[in-house]
Design a protein around this ligand. Structure first.
Ligand code: MSP
Length: 501
């Protein structure tokens, strides 16, 4: 039976349209999903939108819409963007869907039956921007430092989750590596939070109306974070149809940025333990984008609109450029002015130029007919694949990109050393060998590119006469010699026309 791989993104709030921060996480998840499918695994890739809570309700009111209308409109914006970016998610969950609501009721009932929920009185300062309580100590000039807004004082009857009962077990799972937090700096951060000590948290709201009623007390709605986390299991049919849940749970990786690590690395595993379910295997928190050195924010007017970027550079280039800005996991600054420069150097002059050069030479010197097999690169290629697989297995997408670049530069160097145009005058045997090696090298380059730039990869493979390559998986595809003698190869149009700017 094929190995399974379950990858998720956070479900994004629909209080606004998507920006490149959301696109970054989703593209990264898509790369992992496509890589694991290519490796022959059975993949479930989930993304979606988080639609309840005070923040969304307030934004809907400000827009003069009902919350549901508002959610429908904004959720569609996310789905449209993912279509434009060729995101290959297997499901798109909306927390306003009835299957999510039913799954949440089943899960909360299970927590209640397990004795993990109790009633209590709560008083605290609530920041709707964070959708979370905030302590006096965290305030700066009486305001939430992340949202520059004074929190509301909330005093109400709530239901609480006995978080403290499960913390020792969460710590044990972290120590044993059964629950991995990556990169390791984030693991340390989570241990620090555990050392400081955490209180039980309230799982319901009395004053908020836009939410899922508690199955055991309809006067309260479920705290938005508590139901949002459950999307990872309700999307698999938890509480209703067990087949998908049994097959794909636990998640192999929950991807997100560092802002929401506490919810995922502590609260979520604790809730799962209370319900008697397995915890996710890996929680990976990548860094935060800043733009030209500043936090992306509407008021600064520096929010990069992914649609505008796609209009300018194309979806494939946007996927590549976002992922190759900085190491996956670290914080990084994006300079909008660099995108065109890097497009020209990496894509137009790099991959694009290599592909068109090689195909043009095969066309000109050999009438587009693949020569007999040669094995000059077989060992190098195996080494490159090893590095690529290791990078992907460690979720180091930027390293996988580096490996691809290295291979492209190696091929460029090979052309310069062997000068096929000169061999065409003097040595036809040697010319045939060199062209075979280059064509086969392109096939491998395209396969490595596939998770990152799927359309480009497919175009290259089709130019190489590989129309049904998707029927095989990496163990076969990555073997040297897949390109058969006699296969017709054709020059395509330029993959990445140079941009002038
Ligand atoms: N709805 C919650 C998540 C619930 S998951 C059960 C939420 N939504 S969000 O819309 O605020 O999305 C946060 C996520 O968006 C981050 O974790 C990250 O994946 C992505 N990013 C948002 N801004 C970003 C940057 N500036 N840089 C990188 N990623 C960013 O939190």
């Amino acid at each position: 039976m094929a190995k399974k791989f379950y990858v998720t993104t956070p479900i994004y709030y629909v209080n606004d349209k998507p920006h490149i921060g959301h696109a970054y996480t989703t593209i990264a998840a898509d790369v992992l999903a496509r890589y694991h499918r290519l490796a022959g695994e059975e993949v479930f890739f989930l993304t979606g939108t988080d639609e309840h809570g005070a923040k969304v309700a307030e934004s809907a009111e400000a827009a003069n819409k009902t919350p549901q209308e508002f959610c429908d409109e904004n959720s569609a914006k996310f789905q449209m963007l993912w279509d434009r970016l060729d995101i290959s998610n297997d499901a798109f969950i909306r927390t306003t869907s009835s299957y999510h609501q039913q799954g949440v009721a089943a899960f909360l009932n299970r927590l209640k039956e397990a004795g993990a929920i109790y009633e209590g009185e709560y008083q605290g300062l609530y920041c709707t921007g964070c959708e979370n309580f905030i302590t006096e100590k965290e305030l700066v000039d009486g305001k939430c430092p992340n949202h520059d807004k004074a929190p509301q004082v909330i005093k109400e009857k709530n239901y609480f989750f006995k978080l403290k009962d499960y913390l020792p077990k969460v710590k044990e799972l972290l120590d044993s590596g059964e629950l991995k937090i990556l990169p390791t700096s984030r693991h340390q951060e989570v241990l620090g939070l555990l050392r400081q000590g955490l209180d039980d948290f309230s799982i319901s709201r009395q004053s908020v109306k836009w939410g899922i009623g508690l199955p055991f007390d309809n006067r309260q709605v479920t705290y938005v974070w508590v139901e949002a986390l459950q999307n990872y299991i309700t999307a698999l049919g938890y509480g209703q149809i067990d087949e998908k849940f049994a097959k794909f749970w636990p998640a192999d990786i929950h991807l997100m940025a560092k802002d929401i690590i506490k919810f995922h690395a502590i609260f979520w595993p604790a809730m799962l333990l209370a319900a008697g379910l397995e915890v996710p295997k890996v929680i990976f928190a990548h860094g935060f984008f800043t733009v030209d050195g500043q936090k992306m924010s509407k008021s600064l007017g520096n929010v990069i609109d992914p649609d505008a970027l796609i209009d300018e550079l194309g979806a494939e280039a946007v996927r590549y450029l976002l992922l190759s800005q900085f190491p996956f996991g670290a914080d990084g600054d994006v300079k909008a002015s660099n995108f065109v420069i890097q497009y020209n150097s990496d894509l137009a002059n790099g991959v694009g130029n290599l592909v068109s050069r090689v195909l043009a030479m095969a066309d000109k010197f050999l009438a587009g007919k693949t020569p007999d097999q040669d094995k000059e690169f077989a060992d190098e290629m195996a080494g490159i694949w090893r590095q690529y697989r290791e990078a992907m297995a460690a979720f180091q997408i930027d390293k996988a990109v580096e490996v691809i670049k290295k291979w492209q530069i190696f091929c460029d160097g090979y052309i310069e050393r062997h000068k096929p145009w000169a061999l065409a005058q003097t040595n036809n045997n040697q010319l045939a060998k060199v062209i075979y090696n280059l064509l086969e090298a392109l096939r491998h380059l395209a396969l490595m590119l596939y998770p990152i730039m799927p359309i480009t990869a497919d175009k290259i493979l089709i130019s190489l006469g590989q129309t049904d390559w998707q029927a095989s998986s990496l163990p076969d595809l990555s073997r040297w010699g897949g390109l058969k003698a006699g296969t017709k190869v054709v020059k395509g149009e330029a993959l990445f026309p140079r941009l002038e700017k």
